[in-house]
Design a protein around this ligand. Structure first.
Ligand SMILES: [Zn+2]
Length: 415
């Protein structure tokens, strides 16, 4: 249970990041005046402040007065924010500041600090442009999973990680397996036996290397890819050299020409389809369960209102939300205290509304992000929320045919 909860909050954090990033992507500066700073966890705040101070003084050379003032204001604002920190947060942080175009020749000063992105920030970056720099964060959000990588032939092996999109080579080994040519004076039989023994020893050594690395992390692992020429990789897998729990996590074996560190990168390329499949596996299982209940059972609900009603009742086991759902729920209240909810696309203006029950003009009581609205109810009722990708057919259908919201129920409610 605790594992699931941790996963949920990661999903939720990712979603909240996603939304902030989408907002930041919308902003434009009239000049090169929007400042973005990526601060890795091991960077001294004092170094960042020094860098910002330096940029501030260099900005005095900017020819356009407006741009110069805007850049310097942005940097001052960032400096003010940095005062709240002794050290960067665990995964680092990103600071965004600048005067953004607000239409009609007006600008708005925006300063936003994103702490602790889903993965640690790797390097310090200072960026000044007419847009905020969000790509490194976007890459983090599309990155999913942790995979083990093994490449081997009979001479050499390398093991490492695929963490999101990053390949980390960790360990390598070389073998003492003799070539196929035996030396004069050796009996052919004895030579063959020694050679097989040496191969077996090497496979054991490679397996030990992989076990040492992957077994402690086996519960975080999303799969293992094995690469090499034939028949080495087949012998290695068929011989059950790997720890049995790792053996079960092998997603596939792939032909790669090299077994040095570069072979790990080739392996990721060769296994890309299997990786994409693995990333979508849980989403696919969720949608299969949903469709099975929809067609043959009575534990499916979908659409905003029915799903919401079930959530409030506490009858939803798993809330399924399309990753690409971008709408707000507006709650209206009329003079006769009738409450109604209307869905509005994100970034659209809030429409006028007349009460459907009594026809009186209704007032806006609240406007909230739909996903957050539903997740808050789900959290209160002990319902798990799963985000569903639109990168497969049934995931796309959740968004287009079911309003982006569905649920698998604990018991039938008839709602
Ligand atoms: Zn009314």
């Amino acid at each position: 249970m605790s594992g699931t909860q941790a996963e949920e909050s990661v999903d939720r954090r990712k979603y909240e990041f996603q939304k902030v990033i989408e907002d930041l992507q919308e902003y434009r500066g009239t000049g090169t005046q929007l400042v973005t700073i990526y601060v890795p966890p091991d960077k001294q705040i004092s170094d960042v402040v020094a860098h910002v101070t330096q940029e501030h003084s260099e900005a005095s050379n900017i020819k356009s007065k407006d741009t110069r003032t805007n850049v310097q204001d942005a940097l001052s604002s960032i400096k003010a924010r940095l005062r709240y920190y002794d050290n960067p947060p665990e995964n680092g942080m990103v600071l965004f500041s600048g005067a953004v175009d607000a239409g009609g020749g007006q600008t708005d000063m925006i300063t936003e600090v994103l702490e602790n992105p889903p993965q640690a920030i790797q390097s310090f970056r200072y960026h000044c442009d007419s847009e905020f720099l969000t790509e490194p964060l976007e890459v983090m959000l599309t990155d999913k999973g942790l995979y083990g990588l093994i490449v081997l032939d009979r001479r050499e092996a390398n093991v490492g990680w695929l963490n999101g999109k990053r390949v980390d080579p960790v360990k390598s080994a070389t073998s003492l397996v003799p070539g196929k040519q035996r030396k004069g004076g050796q009996s052919a039989q004895r030579f063959a036996r020694l050679r097989l023994e040496a191969i077996d020893n090497f496979y054991q050594e490679v397996a030990e290397m992989a076990n040492d690395l992957f077994v402690p992390k086996r519960h975080d692992l999303d799969g293992i890819l094995v690469g090499g020429p034939s028949p080495t990789k087949d012998e290695f897998l068929d011989g059950d050299y790997l720890h049995h729990e790792l053996q079960d996590q092998v997603l596939g074996k792939f032909d790669v020409a090299y077994t040095d560190e570069s072979g790990l990168y080739d392996l990721v390329d060769a296994g890309s389809a299997a990786l994409a499949d693995a990333e979508l596996m849980e989403d696919k299982e969720d949608m299969q369960t949903f469709f099975k209940e929809l067609h043959g059972g009575d534990l499916a609900t979908y659409g905003f209102e029915p799903t919401r009603r079930n959530l409030v009742m506490g009858s939803v086991e798993t809330l399924l939300i399309s990753e690409d759902l971008r709408e707000d729920v507006v709650t209206y209240e009329c003079p006769n205290d009738h409450e109604e909810r209307v869905l509005v696309e994100s970034r659209r203006d809030t429409p006028e509304h007349e009460c459907e029950e009594c026809g009186e003009p209704a007032e806006v009581r609240e406007r909230e992000d739909t996903i957050e609205h539903l997740m808050n109810i789900a959290d209160d009722r002990g319902t798990e929320t799963h985000f569903i990708s639109t990168d497969f057919e049934k995931g796309e259908q959740l968004l287009t045919a079911f309003g982006g919201v569905a649920g698998i129920l604990r018991y039938s409610t008839g709602v």
